[in-house]
Structures are given as C-alpha cells and as structure tokens.
Design a protein around this ligand. Sequence first.
Ligand code: AHG
Ligand code: MN
Ligand code: MN
Length: 276
Amino acid sequence: MEDFILAFQSSAQKIQNLLKVSHTDYLSTTNSSGDNQLGIDVKADKIIEEELLSLNSVRGLCSEEKNEVIYKDYGSYFIAYDPLDGSSIISSNLSVGSIFGIYKEGFESKNIIAAAYVVYGPRLELVFANDVLSYFIYDGKSWKKQPPLKLNESGKINAPGGTQKNWSSKHKTLIDSFFQKGYRLRYSGGMVPDLHQILIKKGGLFSYPATSDAPNGKLRKLFEVFPFAFIYEKAGGGAIDGKNRLLELPINGIHDTSPCFFGSIEEINEVRRIYE
Ligand code: AHG
Ligand code: MN
Ligand code: MN
C-alpha cells in the first residue's frame, strides 16, 4: 500500500500547485452526474490518472469525471476517485479535496480494502486508511506523519447537506433534534473539509439525505460515499444510508449515488432510531 500513499502524495502536491494559480472557469462540458465541469476538475483528473496508471498494481480506474472505467490487462487493484471534491466552492477559496477508494476484484462496496482523501486548505494533508488510519501533513518539503485520528462516542458538530426545503419531515426532525441538544452548525459545502473537521474534532454528524429532488441522494457511492464510510468505520465511527451500513450497499453503475450519514457511534444510532 506504500506505493499508493506515495502516488496520492505526489498527485496532491501537483493539484495544490494548480489550485494556487486558480482556474475557476467552467468548460462547456458536463460529467456523467450532470455537473458542469471546471477546467481544473479535468486537469486534476488527468494528473491522478497518470500517477495511478504508472503503478503496476493498478488494474482499473474510474473517476467522477470519466464516463467509463479504464482497464489495464495486469495489476490487482481497482481505484475509484473524485479528483476534485467541492468544485462549487473553489471560487470562494474554501478548502477542497480529492477522494480515493481502493477495491480488489472489482468496484463493489464489499471489495473496498483502503481509502484516502487529500485536503487542499491552508495546509496540504492526507488521510489514508487500510488496516489502520494514517494522517500526514505536508510541510513544504516532506510529508510528516501525525498521531492517528480516532472518533469519540459522540461529538458536537452537525453538518447537514442538501436543500432544506427538499428534506423529508423525518430528516428535519433528526437535524433539529441535534441542534436542540446543543450541536453547532458546521457546513462548508465540501464533504472533504466537512468530514475532516468532524474527524479532527473527534465527533459529530455529517448527513446528505434523500431529498425530494434527489431521492437517491447526491453523493456518489464509489468515489465519495464508500471511501468515507471505510475511513469513518476505521476511525471508530459509523456510516449508514439511514438504515443500512453503506459498505453493504450494492452498486448499479459507477456513478450511482446514495443518501449517507457519517459520524460517531451515538449520532449514527440516533439516525437509525429516527429513520426506522
Ligand atoms: P463535487 O464538487 O465533487 O461535485 O462534490 C460536491 C459535493 C460534496 O463535496 C458536498 O458535500 C456536496 O456536494 C454539497 O452539496 P450541496 O451544495 O447540495 O450541499
Ligand atoms: Mn465530490
Ligand atoms: Mn468532483
């Protein structure tokens, strides 16, 4: 797995350099999810593709910005990635990220064996999970390993995604119950910094529910939902779609989406209680 960590670090440094000189122009193209693509979405996709295809262990690649899977005829791992998560907040200079899921034998939740994300913020950071969770910060010269991240049983952050007028009444009840208990609203609109903040502060809830305009949620299973589900479970938390464990969901296509809830154990139990 060491070669993956090095590849993610190398592509992260290149993408961070691109972000510094800001490319926030939209192209005339949309991706498979119907999102307008930024020039930098496509450039970041290419940087990661080149980095990963150079690894002998990589067999297949798919990303949020590609319509089809790229296959090689050797290698044993399948990588799904979101090259740039948070395109809509790049113009406001908020933190954004990249997300990676490493699968063996094919793109299915049960096959995920490692996951990672990069945070492009005031600092460049990488979180990588396989059997354990590793956390690295780039100091401008090298990547320095940090103490591991671990969630407490509960926290104080509430990060509710989706447009409120499109929430179900059950979901409104859930989100409001956390505010009534004193949880603070922390939502930037980028799942990488929002989920990273919950990990760093050791607890809370991030939700992106089914909404009336997106009954299957917005976030994509292979590139966004499964990697973070893997990371949150490794950090001692939980990750469900309201009822089921996210890492047990089937997939019907590489751009498939799911409602999702990530958090510490007590918050996830509360989601289960209200959604049942
Ligand atoms: P992307 O930029 O890769 O399309 O993903 C953006 C995602 C995710 O980062 C974030 O949590 C969510 O979209 C925000 O959606 P809303 O603006 O609907 O809350
Ligand atoms: Mn994304
Ligand atoms: Mn993206």
